[in-house]
Design a binder for this molecule. Structure first.
Ligand code: ATP
Ligand code: MG
Length: 354
């Protein structure tokens, strides 16, 4: 097949993990006979430096012409002044909104090879395989907010509409049908009006999916259940803020923030794929970045936007095999274990694919 992928390397370790991931894309193209074209555009801090805008129009245009977007990471201490009007993260919020990417899919799995690296009992984390479906373009992060000058008051508003919850619930239930047929919906319906609408809407959508079991959990209880019974979850759907918090908590189960991929999807096949981690300025430029989150994001891109399931699986299996062989970037190495560089890890992945 022919496909164009818009790449946005961004800041910090972003460009390092992107370069390595494009080697894998090119290997997949040769192996399976696909004609992949990639473009490269600016976003985040580097875009501010070069154009004054965290999301230049040129970048949007290039992305509009592509079949999918592959993004690495944005931000860093250089642009971290929270009172500044232009910040790298605005590039992210704007691009998600521009393309209507309302559903953020974050799979979290445990790897037997890394069990000793996870600070939870091995029997608790065995077989954990959770898919978070997080609402991405609404809720409190996009609500009205006000900081009233020098006054001692400020507010943020959490608003959800029925259509916003419905379309997310359909994504969650359909995903569950391809997995283990269970959806856990997270809310705070005992306190918040927006979350009562959330629960009521999810219950109604569930009527279309009789084969899927629906469980409701209050967000505070969910934080605890994630640590005490993580393998009982299949799909967890949550609003923007709760999904943000819970999926970071769940990253502990995988062994490192550097392991996790994500897909941001809208109504069609188009999507944006990025690792869950940030730009990790503390390790940038040192060859220490774990490339797995970025590589698995590429696998999600192949699966969802290009419908290349076999190719996606080939990447996932190669990573499993390299981990089983004992290769470890510093973030997933236990005391005394030898470590490898980002490039060495990807060399090993390429060798498995060959
Ligand atoms: P953001 O605000 O952009 O989400 P953050 O402050 O949450 O960023 P990260 O940049 O993700 O944080 O980094 C958090 C910690 O995780 C850092 O110590 C960083 O070095 C580490 N880390 C993040 N990504 C990776 C990776 N791919 N490989 C190894 N370590 C990583
Ligand atoms: Mg973060």
């Amino acid at each position: 097949m022919k496909a164009t992928i818009a790449t946005l390397p961004g800041d910090g370790i972003g460009p390092e993990v992107m370069v390595e991931t494009l080697r894998v894309l090119s290997a997949i193209g040769s192996k399976y006979g696909h004609d992949f074209t990639t473009t490269e555009s600016l976003i985040g801090g580097i875009a501010i430096d070069e154009t004054g805008n965290p999301l230049p129009d040129e970048t949007i245009k290039t992305c509009e012409e592509a079949d999918a977007i592959l993004l690495a990471a944005v931000g860093g201490p250089k642009w971290s002044d929270p009172t500044s009007d232009v910040r790298p993260e605005q590039g992210l919020l704007k691009i998600r909104q521009h393309f209507g990417l309302f559903a953020n899919l974050r799979p979290v799995k445990t790897y037997p090879a890394l069990a000793s690296h996870v600070p939870l009992r091995a029997d608790l984390i065995e077989g954990v395989d959770i898919l978070f479906v997080r609402e991405l373009t609404g809720g409190i992060y996009f609500g009205q907010r006000k900081e009233m000058g020098d006054s001692d008051e400020a507010y943020d508003t959490m608003l959800y509409s029925r259509p916003e919850v419905e379309r997310l619930a359909h994504v969650a239930f359909r995903a569950a049908q391809g997995r283990r047929n269970k959806v856990t919906s997270v809310d705070k319906a005992n306190v918040l009006a927006s979350m009562r609408l959330w629960r009521k809407t999810v219950v109604q959508v569930a009527e279309d999916y009789e084969d899927v079991e629906l469980e409701h959990l209050l967000v505070d209880a969910c934080t605890m259940h994630l640590l005490t019974r993580p393998s009982s979850f299949d799909v967890i759907m949550a609003g923007n803020m709760f999904g943000d918090i819970l999926s970071d908590e769940a990253s502990v189960l995988a062994g490192s923030l550097g392991m996790l991929p994500s897909a941001s999807l809208g109504a069609g096949r188009f999507g944006m794929y990025e690792p869950v981690h940030g730009s990790a300025p503390d390790i940038a430029g040192q060859g220490k970045a774990n490339p797995i989150g970025m590589l698995l994001s590429l696998a999600m891109l192949l699966r969802y936007s290009l419908e290349l399931e076999e190719e996606a699986r080939a990447i996932e299996t190669a990573i499993d095999d390299v981990l089983a062989d004992g290769l470890r970037t510093p973030d997933i190495a236990s005391k005394g274990e030898a470590v490898c560089s980002t490039t060495e890890f990807v060399d090993a992945v390429l060798a498995k694919l060959a």
